[in-house]
Design a protein around this ligand. Structure first.
Ligand SMILES: Cc1cc2nc3c(=O)[nH]c(=O)nc-3n(C[C@H](O)[C@H](O)[C@H](O)COP(=O)(O)O)c2cc1C
Length: 180
C-alpha cells in the first residue's frame, strides 16, 4: 500500500446516480491501494466548485445527456470553472454514457470538460484506449482518435467491465499523478 499521498478531490455531476456510483467505486479502489481518506468526494451542485482550489490532484466525473449535452449540474455551474485557476493542477477525467442508445454522441460531455479545464491551464492525465467500445462518433477522443480523453464507462451496456476498467485506470492515474 502507498502511504502519505496527498488527498485527491473527486467532483462529479450525476442525474440518475450512475456517475455517482462510478465515482464511489473509483474512490474505493484508490483507498484500497493508498489508504483511507485518500479521496474527498464532492457533488457538483451541492458542493462549491471553488473547493477545487484546495487540491493539487483532481478527478472530475461527467455523464453526457440529451444528445451530446453536459449533465445538468455541470451545465448550471459551467461558468464557475472560469473562476478556477488550474495552472499547476493535474486532472483526470471519467465520462459515463451509453454507446448503444446514443452512438453518435458517445461521451461528448467528457470532451467538453477536457477542453474547458485544459484551457484553464490544467495538466490532463488518464487518457484511455478506445478499444472494446462500439460507437459512431464522439467528441471525447484525442486528436488521432485512438484514446478517450479520460476513463470511458458505459453502465448500460458494459456494466460487467466497469470494475476491471476502474482498477486498471486507477493504477494508471496513480502513476501519472506521480504517486508510484
Ligand atoms: C435522454 C437521455 C439522453 C442521453 N444522451 C446521451 C448522449 O448523448 N451520449 C451518451 O453517451 N449517453 C447519453 N445518455 C446516457 C447517459 O449518459 C447514461 O444513462 C449515464 O449513465 C447517466 O449518468 P448519470 O446517472 O450519472 O446522470 C443519455 C441518456 C438519456 C436518458
Amino acid at each position: 500500500m502507498m502511504n502519505n499521498i496527498t488527498p485527491i478531490a473527486l467532483f462529479y455531476g450525476s442525474s440518475t446516480c450512475y456517475t455517482e456510483f462510478v465515482g464511489e467505486k473509483i474512490a474505493k479502489t484508490l483507498e484500497k491501494k493508498c489508504g483511507e481518506n485518500t479521496v474527498h468526494i464532492f457533488k457538483v451542485g451541492d458542493d462549491d466548485l471553488q473547493k477545487i482550489q484546495g487540491y493539487h490532484n483532481i478527478i472530475l466525473g461527467i455523464p453526457t445527456w440529451d444528445y451530446g449535452e453536459l449533465q445538468e449540474d455541470w451545465e448550471n455551474h459551467w461558468p464557475e470553472l472560469d473562476q478556477i485557476d488550474f495552472e499547476n493542477k493535474t486532472v483526470a477525467l471519467y465520462g459515463v454514457g451509453d454507446q448503444v442508445g446514443y452512438p453518435e454522441w458517445f461521451l461528448d460531455a467528457l470532451g467538453y470538460l477536457h477542453d474547458k479545464v485544459q484551457a484553464r491551464g490544467a495538466k490532463l492525465i488518464g487518457y484511455w484506449p478506445n478499444e472494446g467500445y462500439k460507437f459512431s462518433a464522439s467528441q471525447a477522443l484525442n486528436e488521432d482518435g485512438q484514446f478517450f480523453l479520460g476513463l470511458a464507462i458505459d453502465e448500460e451496456n458494459q456494466f460487467d467491465l466497469t470494475e476491471e476498467r476502474i482498477d486498471r485506470w486507477v493504477t494508471q492515474i496513480l502513476q501519472e499523478f506521480g504517486f508510484d
